[in-house]
Design a protein around this ligand. Sequence first.
Ligand code: ATP
Length: 487
Amino acid sequence: MAETLKKLDELVALCKRRGFIFQSSDIYGGLASCYDYGPLGVELKRNVKNQWWKSVVQMRDDMVGLDCSILMHPMVWKASGHVDKFADLIAECKKCNTRTRVDHLKGAEGEETTHHSHAEVSENNLVSKICPNCGAKGQFTKPMPFKLMFETQMGANAEDSMTLYLRPETAQGIFANFRNVLDTTRIKVPFGIAQMGKSFRNEVTTKAFIFRTREFEQMEIEFFCKPGTDEQWYEHWKEQRLNWYTDLGIRPENLRLRKHEDDELAHYAKGCVDIEYKFPFGQGDWQELEGIANRTDYDLRQHQRGMRSMTKWFEAKRDTLKTPLLGEDEEYQKGPLSYFDDEAKERYIPYVIEPSAGADRGTLAFLVDAYAEEEVRGEKRSVLRFDPRLAPIKVGVFPLVKKEGMPEKAHAIYNDLRKGFPCFYDEKGAVGRRYRRQDEAGTPFCVTVDGQTSEDNTVTVRERDSMDQIRINSDQVVHYLREKLQM
Ligand code: ATP
């Protein structure tokens, strides 16, 4: 009987042992909440990102991609609201001085986590809450905001240096390029822009391996549509994104959609759901994998306001106007971030549906869901049952023994196969052990050259999950595996 993952620790150990994920700066004792992807991990995470890109950009006519810089003009973060509002409410335990995010505090009877990180919370609301560090009940200071953006300085001289932010999300780069994309492509609303890349948040509490870290990668979409059609696109993206995870092998029973309560919603958002995965933290903990929000026209409007305030600034400084100032009404209708619909002959600011996923969090979910432990002929094996599209190595190639021309033949097959996909050649130790190593790496197929190969030119192909072995002609191996791997 195969057992699924009970505790995250087993997976963390496997990830370290097999070179998926290491603690950052390990040789200096490590840097908390920062992780490095090793030889297998880098392939896995890249496959996750490539599958996302393929599904949301390559396979769609209504999506384009973007890759913007991490450092942006500080006005971007002023206009988006991040400079003033991007903070978590934290409270300090008066007993042990530990600071905890208010929305992560739990009550005495293990009440559900509350989710109002942005709502007003006073000390009074925290009387029933327990300190996760020392267990004291209701001993919290007044909640205070904790700024999440990392700051850095650009420029060498004090007088011309400028404070910049490491982006806390990739989304704003998309809004800032909305006009550029419209002006340089033939794309028409409804359409979306996708971007993936690093984001940084000075999180109060980090959590569970790569689940919540201070540096992480996001995969975000802003889908622009005509106001009035937004509900329909919101439904569309909920379905698409949930299907993406199950199509790549996540068990449906470990996924759910959780609709945000009204008091959790940002004031501008019309609706928001989280795709949650049942992570093996504690007793099995439903946690956000991806958020999908209907953000209305809030972001584009905010950036139009930001652009206008810059114009005012120029006006005061130089006494010249580069662009005429627009009144509020006109601004909304005709501003630089509005869209003119040729067919309907109308101008509007598009609404936005935002599916925002984490590449690291997704990678963790794929690892957790793929992990199994089982007894095979009296021996325990750990196996990662990755969908072949996500597997870091697609095929292991072995000579049964290091003689009788087997290594040469296996090498020839290996060289043929690696032109199409990542493969691994291994001739060390007993063949059973080599299979186990590939099981732990999640490799879906292994090809073995043995004594019979020199007689009839057949090789063994062994499948990871069933461990079934078949013999096929070595000339057919490339074709056979291409079909099986859909590559
Ligand atoms: P949380 O409440 O778990 O910190 P969030 O609601 O602030 O997350 P969003 O701002 O909605 O997260 O970000 C979108 C996605 O980016 C998340 O669903 C998650 O996958 C990923 N993400 C956000 N913060 C982190 C982080 N600190 N570490 C890893 N991934 C993150």
